[in-house]
Design a binder for this molecule. Structure first.
Ligand code: PLP
Length: 356
């Protein structure tokens, strides 16, 4: 028998971390994870399943994800040598830190923003420089750039639009950041399909720009597919730290079919965008709720009542949203993913009941 002190062996940087925690419900309406509420259309599903039948599961997947990169390349007009496929874009966030940071180096991002930047950085022993967003959930670049350059920050992560506030930061401020920051600016465009706004065209003039996208928010969350767009020399460096076969064959096939048949998802995206307008209108009618404008597939809202109670009440009635109230800037705030029309109606109904 062996019984050593395992906790003594675990690194301090890991011990002090908290695992990414998501509440979940078996039954009910899931508006907590910014997924696409619609399953793949029958048309897309058939194309995917036809290819699954011919799949050699005994073989490793294509390590270069050639077909998927070609699908992406055709759709967005970027050469394949600038693309890297990730097992979710989360993986690409980590590989950027691996390529640019030694332990103790600094990375930066606004606060509040996507939690994985901090979790990944701390797990790798990096310093985190956060900068607060103003009351419009935006930031000014000039004072920031000075501080970032002084601390030799290696990377700034910009969620565009920002999760969980929902807005795209001011374009001119990001532009200043790209032009004056002496490090890498990562534009995390996980919600690009809902915002229609991108910095892709800036890549030809600025070699410190990296763009991340994800298929998780548009229908393939279960398959973990994200991609990064890099200057080609950087893509080569990312590939050195990427684990071999990080993207499995099933994910590659489904993602390739989605890219090559994008019209089937575009309809879903369009209806989510229509529902976004309706949901914001409906939320605006509720006195005790402040809903913030959104360029994404979710809406941040604040209640003037006890947010924790409202969250629990919604959950007890089968509607799961993301509770953000623990964050000092997000007291009594929740984030609701835009669902199908029926789901959104139920959400509004339960919310109205919960606040009474
Ligand atoms: C959801 C999300 C991601 C992660 O996407 P995956 O591809 O599922 O790993 C990345 N960035 C932001 C801002 C997100 O909200």
């Amino acid at each position: 028998m062996t019984e050593i002190n395992l906790m003594k062996l675990v690194c301090e940087k890991v011990k002090s971390l908290k695992a990414y925690h998501v509440e979940t419900v078996e039954e009910g309406i899931k508006l907590h994870a910014n997924e696409n509420p619609y399953p793949p259309s029958p048309e897309l599903l058939k194309k995917i399943l036809d290819r699954f039948e011919k799949l050699d599961l005994n073989r490793y997947p294509d390590p270069d994800c050639k077909a998927l990169k070609e699908g992406i390349s055709t759709r967005i007009g970027v050469p394949t040598n600038q693309l890297v496929i990730g097992n979710g874009s989360d993986e690409l966030i980590q590989s950027l830190m691996q390529v640019f940071c030694n332990e103790g180096d600094t990375i930066a991002f606004p606060d509040p923003t996507f939690a994985m930047y901090a979790i990944t950085a701390k797990g790798m022993g990096l310093n985190v420089h956060t900068f607060p967003l103003n009351d419009n959930w935006d930031f000014e670049a000039a004072p920031l750039i000075e501080k970032l350059n002084a601390s030799h920050a290696r990377i700034v992560f910009i969620s565009y639009p920002n999760n969980p506030t929902g807005n795209c930061f001011s374009r001119t401020e990001i532009q200043k950041l790209i032009e004056n920051f002496e490090g890498i600016v990562v534009l995390d465009e996980a919600y690009y399909d809902f915002s229609g706004q991108t910095f892709l065209s800036e890549m030809k003039d600025h070699n410190n720009l990296v763009i991340l996208r994800s298929l998780s928010k548009i229908g393939l969350a279960g398959l973990r597919v994200g991609y990064g767009i890099y200057p080609s020399s950087l893509a080569d460096e990312i590939n050195k730290v990427r684990l071999p076969y990080n993207s499995n064959s099933i994910s590659q096939i489904a993602a390739t079919e989605l890219m090559n048949n994008f019209d089937t998802v575009q309809k879903q995206i369009d209806s989510i965008k229509e529902e976004r307008i309706r949901l914001l209108n409906e939320l605006a009618k509720i006195k005790s709720i402040t809903a913030f404008p959104s360029d994404a597939n979710f809406i941040l809202f604040q209640t003037s009542q006890n947010g924790e109670n409202i969250f629990r009440n919604l959950m007890g009635n089968g509607v799961l949203v993301r509770n953000l109230g623990a964050h000092p800037r997000l007291t009594n705030c929740m984030r609701a993913t835009i669902g199908t029309k029926a789901e959104n109606d139920q959400f509004l109904d339960r919310l109205n009941k919960a606040i009474q």
